[in-house]
Ligand binder design. Sequence first.
Ligand SMILES: C[S@@+](CC[C@H](N)C(=O)[O-])C[C@H]1O[C@@H](n2cnc3c(N)ncnc32)[C@H](O)[C@@H]1O
Length: 229
Amino acid sequence: MLETTGLEGRSFLDIGSGSGLFSLAARRLGARVHSFDYDPDSVACARELRREYFPGDQEWTIEEGSALDQNYIKSLGHFDVVYSWGVLHHTGEMWRALENAVLPVAPCGRLFLAIYNDMGSQSARWRWVKKTYNHLPRLLKTPFALVVMAPEEAKAMLRSVVTLNPGEYVKSWTRYDQNRGMSRWRDIIDWVGGYPYEVAKPEEIFDFYRAHGFALTLKSGDAVWNGRW
Ligand SMILES: C[S@@+](CC[C@H](N)C(=O)[O-])C[C@H]1O[C@@H](n2cnc3c(N)ncnc32)[C@H](O)[C@@H]1O
C-alpha cells in the first residue's frame, strides 16, 4: 500500500498496535517504529514480539497510550507514516480519534487507516449485538454468541452439504487458525464482543481528511491519505 519495498530512514507510528504484528513488519522493513495501545495485554504481547525478533532494539518503542489522549499524541512528535488498522472505531469516540490521528503526521507524511464501513441497518444490528454481549452476565455470553452466529453457521454448513463437500465446513473450524492465528471460536467472540463499535461511510472519511488538508491516494481500489503540507 505504501508503494515501497523498504522503510529505511522512515519513522512509523502504529496507533493501537494490538499484538504488534504490523509494527514488527514495519520494523523489519527498516522503519524506526513507535507502537502504542490502550490495552496493557496488547502492549505486553507487542513487547514479547520485540523480545523475540528485535531484542534490545533502540529503534522500536512500545508503550501504553490512548488514541483519545491529545496531549500524549502531541508529545510523540511527527512520523512519516501514521498507521492505525482497525482501531479508531473501537475507541468510543471515533471522530475525536480520527482528528487526533492528524496530529502526528509529518509534512508530506502518510496516514493509513482502516475503519468499519457504514452498512446502514446491518451495522446498527451489529452495534446492538455487540453492546448487548458486553452487558450480559458472563454465564450468558457464550449462549448469546452461539445464537447470534447460528444463522451464518447453518448457511455455511448447508452450503458444504449441498455442494457435497462437508469436509470444507469441518476444515473451516479445524484449520482456521493456520491462516488467522486464532481459533474460529476466538475470532467469533472477538467480533461479537468487539465494542465500542462505530462506523463511517468512505465519503465521510474522505471529506473529513480533505478538510484537514490531506489528499487521497487511490491504489487498487484502496485508499491512502497523503500528508498535509
Ligand atoms: C482490532 S484491534 C487491531 C490491532 C492492530 N492494529 C492490528 O491490526 O492487529 C484494535 C486495537 O485497538 C486498541 N484500542 C482500543 N481503543 C484504543 C485507544 N483509545 N487507544 C489506543 N488503542 C486502542 C485495542 O486495545 C486493540 O489492540
